[in-house]
Write a protein that binds this ligand. Structure first.
Ligand SMILES: Nc1ncnc2c1ncn2[C@@H]1O[C@H](COP(=O)(O)OP(=O)(O)O[C@H]2O[C@H](CO)[C@@H](O)[C@H](O)[C@H]2O)[C@@H](O)[C@H]1O
Length: 471
């Protein structure tokens, strides 16, 4: 099959969060499985620092009364052909943010549709999040090209239909009120990145006002859990760690904890329970239930707390203020740094992920792979990837709480902190986490099945798209 991934991010060269991980990791695996998979991404201003890009474009197209250039290169470390859509709108050294976001990504999606129609025609366009959400709408009348739309973040839904109409051609059959809704209506298949979240978004609590539409389209909505690349994220070979380790040499892991404490300005104390977060500092990630109890937690225990992240100013400010009151006990690193994130996974005792909602979550899998025990709110993909620790039956991989409330979170933190004193049990818990199979192969096979289903639908798998006009 010929599959074109169209996305705003692709790790390792353009990544803000988990969507970049998925695009950068799933594509080489699908190629290994024998499919011609390629990526189309914007040509951001910072990309020449990260990879070789030929000066000459391979194709020139036009969209929304603008011309754009397509440059062809390869995603570093893989054999995946990478096409970069070059236009002045993407020249700034940023992926997101800026008032022009609705325009530049609508333009990118339009360019993507033109690219697939006129330059490299795939069997399936695999679109990611609202930035590419108009592609399924525009491709609806092109039955030879099918579309899969993956929801990584339902909360960001893109411009309203009326706004799209001012910028681009908006087909009369698109009746939904924004780009995300249009994509859900017209993609041949919609998937989220875990089975639990796929069900949750069909309810008012998690549907971000699209639950009714999602419930209506439930026959074409599936959940495919994300994975991580076990070779790329391997504590035994990761050069970011001071002391690489494996299950067999887990006792050596403490060297990384000490090095991490030194690096981020925490008291060097191998016995202190060190809880970390690596996250985008946004509402989704549960800062609203962490901040109210953080001071009590630090004053009632001798534990340490570390945050690596960037995002909303209100969270950055509050975290910084609390950390100033707890020097040596709490450290806040307001930056994006892949190497440091791995040192945190490889050196902290526990990884906190109290998400309000979580489509899948990749960080908790990375944490487990590196022997860092997750403490999670049991929602979405965190249900599918972390199981509650039961010290008597010796099962489970982490600490889980259910309510999106500070008190429930606090109880979990204290339970984890106290359990840490029982080192042998803790070590068993770490080993169970490290032994989980989070590799992409199983999920990649599910994606292949999903592409095949929409290319040759049987009565059972036929997408139940209903629209005023038939295809
Ligand atoms: N400051 C920082 N420095 C270094 N690295 C940082 C960082 N902040 C975040 N990261 C990294 O970004 C990634 C975060 O991925 P997640 O899947 O956990 O969440 P995200 O909400 O971004 O993804 C969304 O898309 C993914 C992919 O589908 C879903 O798993 C998820 O549920 C959904 O919210 C991890 O690789 C993490 O290490």
């Amino acid at each position: 099959m010929k599959i074109l991934f169209v996305a705003a991010e692709a790790a390792p060269i353009a990544k803000v969060g988990g969507m970049g991980d998925v695009v950068g990791t799933l594509t080489p695996i699908l190629r290994k499985m024998g499919h011609d998979v390629r990526i189309l991404m914007p040509y951001y201003g910072f990309l020449p620092d990260k990879l070789e890009i030929p000066e000459k474009s391979v194709w020139q197209g036009s969209a929304m009364f603008q011309t754009f250039d397509i440059f062809e290169t390869v995603l570093p470390g893989t054999d995946v052909p990478l096409y970069l859509l070059g236009h002045a709108a993407f020249a700034p050294r940023r992926i997101y943010q800026g008032d022009d976001e609705p325009w530049r990504f609508t333009f990118f999606a339009n360019g993507g549709a033109q690219f697939a129609l006129n330059y490299w025609q795939p069997n399936v366009i695999h679109c990611h999040d609202w930035h590419t959400g108009m592609i399924p709408v525009w491709m609806y009348k092109t039955p030879e090209i099918k579309t899969v739309f993956t929801i990584h973040n339902l909360a960001y839904q893109g411009p309203a239909r009326s706004h799209v109409e001012e910028m681009a051609w908006c087909p009369p059959y698109m009746q939904e009120n924004n780009v995300m809704a249009g994509a859900i209506q017209f993609a041949d298949c919609v998937n989220t990145v875990s089975p639990t979240y796929a069900k949750q978004i069909q309810t008012p609590e998690y549907g971000e006002a699209l639950d009714a539409l999602l419930a209506l389209k439930k026959d074409k909505i599936v959940g495919v859990v994300n994975g991580i690349d076990p070779d790329q994220y391997n504590p035994a070979t990761d050069s970011n760690l001071d002391q690489p380790f494996s299950i067999e040499t887990l006792d050596q892991r403490v060297t990384n904890k000490i090095a991490l404490q030194k690096q981020v300005g925490l008291e060097v104390n191998s016995g202190a329970f060190l809880v970390s977060m690596v996250t985008r500092l946004v509402e989704q990630k549960g800062l609203d239930i962490v901040l109210p109890i953080l001071e009590q937690y630090l004053s009632y225990t001798g534990d340490q707390f570390l945050v690596l992240g960037t995002g909303e100013e209100r969270y950055e400010t509050q975290l910084r203020e609390i950390s100033e009151r707890y020097p040596g006990r709490m450290s806040v690193q307001l930056l994006y740094n892949d190497g440091l994130s791995r040192r945190i996974y490889g050196g902290s005792d526990a990884f906190l992920m109290p998400s309000r909602f979580e489509p899948c979550g990749i960080s908790q899998m990375m944490a487990m792979r590196y022997g860092c025990v997750p403490i999670v709110r049991h929602t979405g993909g965190l249900v599918d990837t972390v199981s509650p620790h039961n010290p008597i039956e010796k099962t489970g991989t982490g600490y889980c709480f259910n309510l999106y409330e500070s008190l429930d979170l606090y109880t979990s933190l204290i339970r984890a902190s106290e359990s840490y004193l029982y080192r042998e049990t803790w070590k068993e818990l770490q080993i169970r986490g490290m032994s989980q199979d989070f590799s992409w192969e199983r999920s990649a096979r599910k994606y292949i099945q999903l592409y095949q289903d929409i290319l040759s639908p049987t009565a059972e798998t036929l997408p139940s798209v209903t629209s005023p006009e038939s295809k």
